[in-house]
Write a protein that binds this ligand. Sequence first.
Ligand SMILES: C[S@@+](CC[C@H](N)C(=O)[O-])C[C@H]1O[C@@H](n2cnc3c(N)ncnc32)[C@H](O)[C@@H]1O
Length: 277
Amino acid sequence: MHTRNKRLWRNHKEGSNFPGQHLIYSKRLAQSLIEMAGIGSNDLVLDIGAGKGALTLPLAQKAGRVLAIENDPQFVQKLRVKLDKWSHVTIIERDILQVNLPRKPFCVVASIPYSITTPILGKLMDQPATPLKKALLVIEKGAAKRFTANPTTNPRILKWRMFFDLKMGRTLSPDHFSPPPRVDSAVLFINRKEKPFIPVRGHALFSALASHGLKIPEWPVYEALRGVFTPPQISHLLKELGIERDFPIGWLSIDQWATIFHSMIRHVKPYRWPTRK
Ligand SMILES: C[S@@+](CC[C@H](N)C(=O)[O-])C[C@H]1O[C@@H](n2cnc3c(N)ncnc32)[C@H](O)[C@@H]1O
């Protein structure tokens, strides 16, 4: 058997029965992902779904501190053996969705379980006060496209993008993983904006505004926001946005959403502001 096929077969046999355990087997790929992430010796880095440590070990060589989170006991055992001598690596045997995130600034470099991609991203970005600096995630390519689409009609993604830049990087074909997933994967970069588009304390109000406005994304902006802005305020807003009266709300850019939010704070009486149902 060809060496690579042998390795694939061995990994396949050793892998547990849980779906989503598609392990990176190329050291070169792991190394290049970590280089792309730009991790340095002062960084605290989370490896979410550490598996057998494909990313954890090279991360340990670069980062100041690594938290490797993995909920499969067999993989955790392997991680403990592999990372025994690295005292700045902590292995956390838990479901990532139950883990308390660090209170000080941290980065993430991870090839995550695809089935819980949105909950993981939510955990990292729903509360913009969470001190996430940046992340490089390997996720399903379709999901990476959805999170980075412009425009987006998803209020949750819109809110994330008030605080973070989301960019899609290189595509990774299934043969980069063992066992290979059925779909292409891609790198997703998340970087905290130097200056957020809206203040952190306004994030819940922004969510309410975006959910209210995007109930029917095909609606024109004036129609979709009628319950919040008065007719004269809408006319003023359309000028500020540089759009025609019948422009569909679902076509607005991230910047235009920030403009709507600021215009609401400045001109609309608080009793008219939308609240999250
Ligand atoms: C796509 S694999 C990646 C493994 C490793 N990072 C690699 O690249 O080789 C995802 C890993 O997440 C783990 N995992 C799945 N659900 C998890 C959860 N809720 N919390 C923590 N780890 C989880 C799986 O056991 C698996 O090891």
